[in-house]
Write a protein that binds this ligand. Structure first.
Ligand SMILES: NC(=O)c1ccc[n+]([C@@H]2O[C@H](COP(=O)([O-])OP(=O)(O)OC[C@H]3O[C@@H](n4cnc5c(N)ncnc54)[C@H](OP(=O)(O)O)[C@@H]3O)[C@@H](O)[C@H]2O)c1
Length: 246
């Protein structure tokens, strides 16, 4: 019988943004598919909470602020060879054009774009990605297709990341390393709570009504990410899966 291509037994993955929301759920689902995870984000206590929610295994926690070059380098140094990585680090700063500050620009682009770019860049340079057995998944956002008022910084940074991921897919294909994006609509996480605060509950309700299948659950992103990390998607690269609830 053919081995189950969804099984992640014997494989090791890095998950960023692992202390919360989508990143946390990705860690949980990888562990349930028998994979080993290296969890990273800034908050060690919340990383530990994620580990508690996972199936037991040889998982490790490496706290790092990925907007710091030094901490990113330190993280990469500690990593073993990887079968893949899910990049879920992100923040959401809502500001109508005309009210964008340099500080907000720097924060958004450093966290939502530069952090994942520089980390993946180092993973390549330090030869941490296993040839012919590696998959990278970037969490973008449906907002690059359906932008929203006040989303200039967030949408632009995600669009930059999508462009970067496509180039990476082309550059790494000959090494048998796949690169894909997923683009979720609104999912019930801490980030959505913050968006509800920035706008109003009513705006979020309107968005919910637009999504045919309502607001997403973290699993609605975590499961497709696990598919991309697994051999079940071994012929899929340079794509961007919309997870929009219709
Ligand atoms: N939720 C949604 O509706 C939705 C929709 C589309 C796309 N997304 C995208 O999905 C990703 C995850 O979102 P989420 O909803 O899970 O948000 P979340 O619950 O707020 O999680 C964000 C994660 O990013 C980490 N992070 C933030 N700044 C960091 C930094 N400087 N260095 C290292 N880690 C940092 C946070 O950990 P620490 O605070 O511990 O560092 C946290 O683990 C984001 O890229 C977001 O843009 C979310």
């Amino acid at each position: 019988m053919q081995a189950n291509p969804f099984n992640l037994q014997g494989k090791t993955f890095l998950v960023t943004g692992a202390s919360s929301g989508l990143g946390r759920q990705i860690c949980v689902r990888i562990s349930e598919m028998n994979g080993t995870v290296i969890l990273t984000a800034r908050n060690l206590k919340r990383l530990e909470e994620t580990r508690q929610a996972m199936q037991p295994g040889d998982h490790s926690l490496i706290p790092a602020d990925l907007t710091s070059a030094e901490e990113t380098e330190n993280l990469v140094q500690k990593l073993p060879k990887l079968n893949g990585a899910a990049f879920s680090t992100g923040i959401s700063i809502i500001a109508p054009t005309g009210f964008i500050t340099q500080h907000d620009y720097n924060q958004t682009f450093q966290t939502n774009f530069e952090a994942s770019l520089m980390l993946s860049n180092q993973l390549i340079r330090k030869k941490k990605l296993i040839r012919d057995a590696c998959s990278l998944v970037f969490i973008s956002s449906i907002s690059t297709r359906y932008p929203f008022v006040g989303g200039a910084l967030y949408v632009s940074a995600k669009a930059a990341m999508e462009g970067y991921a496509r180039v990476l897919a082309i550059e790494l294909a000959h090494k048998g390393i796949r690169v894909n994006c997923v683009s979720p609509a609104f999912v019930k996480t801490q980030m959505l709570n913050q968006t509800a605060n920035d706008f109003s509950g009513e705006v979020v309700k309107k968005i919910e009504e637009k999504q045919l299948l309502g607001l997403g659950e973290p699993d609605d992103v975590a499961n497709p990410v696990v598919f991309f990390l697994s051999d079940a998607s071994k012929w899929v690269t340079a794509t961007n899966l919309i997870l929009g609830g219709g």
